[in-house]
Design a protein around this ligand. Structure first.
Ligand SMILES: Cc1cc2nc3c(=O)[nH]c(=O)nc-3n(C[C@H](O)[C@H](O)[C@H](O)COP(=O)(O)O)c2cc1C
Length: 200
């Protein structure tokens, strides 16, 4: 029997009316059309202090970062929707990734990311759809050892992209997200079978 693919979905914005959370929810719905398990988490449920080496030395990696590391380890793929702030990654997302890349519980720092399929999306107010943030995030995820899907979703002028039911105004955006999520599932499956073969 084929093992089920598991994808973890999170947003780099925890704002109540976050456009990125709206985009993420539509992508999660698209994933649910496949035989795939998707876990949508809210980073608000995993608050972390700003990374501080002294704090780590005194108290270790915080429980929320260790819980996030466990979640990452338990999933084959990671789907991130994040705004760009000043042309780069949000502090929330970068800080979360920094804590999650610290060794903990006898497991090396990069283990939660190594060989993991990652899909990147961004919704922004600008006509570029947060593309610069995606480029930076792609570099970070690759540095962590993840395998980042070559295509991504950059949703421009996102304040006009959703209707009152939080559905896409433009049906082409929906088609793009469906194709993107199915590519992410395909990459996750490919990497899962490769890692299964290596662990034989
Ligand atoms: C500190 C800060 C920096 C921002 N920098 C950019 C930027 O570089 N490019 C951009 O397109 N939008 C930028 N924005 C606007 C965001 O696109 C907008 O706030 C967006 O709604 C944030 O995503 P969210 O709705 O998911 O929270 C910035 C917003 C903040 C608060």
């Amino acid at each position: 029997m084929k093992p089920i693919i598991k994808i973890l979905a999170l947003s780099g914005s925890i704002r109540k009316s976050s456009l990125n959370v709206k985009l993420l929810k539509l992508a999660v719905t698209a994933i649910q059309e496949h035989e795939v398990q998707v876990t949508h988490i809210d980073l608000r449920d995993f608050p972390l202090p700003i990374y501080d080496g002294d704090l780590e030395e005194a108290s270790g990696v915080p429980q929320n970062a260790r819980a996030l590391r466990e979640l990452l380890l338990a999933h084959d793929g990671l789907l991130i929707a994040s705004p760009e702030y000043n042309g780069s990654v949000t502090a929330l997302l970068k800080n979360t990734l920094d804590w999650c890349s610290r060794p903990a519980d006898g497991i090396d720092g990069l283990a939660p990311f190594r060989g993991k399929a990652v899909g990147l999306m961004s919704a922004s107010l600008s006509p570029f759809g947060g593309l610069r943030g995606i480029i930076d995030l792609r570099g970070i995820m690759m540095k962590l050892g993840a395998v980042v899907l070559s295509d991504d979703v950059a949703l421009p002028s996102a304040q006009h992209a959703f209707d009152s039911f939080d559905a896409f105004v433009d049906p082409n955006a929906g088609k793009l997200v469906k194709q993107f999520t199915s590519n992410l599932i395909g990459l996750s499956a490919k990497l899962q079978s490769t890692s299964d073969a290596f662990s034989l």
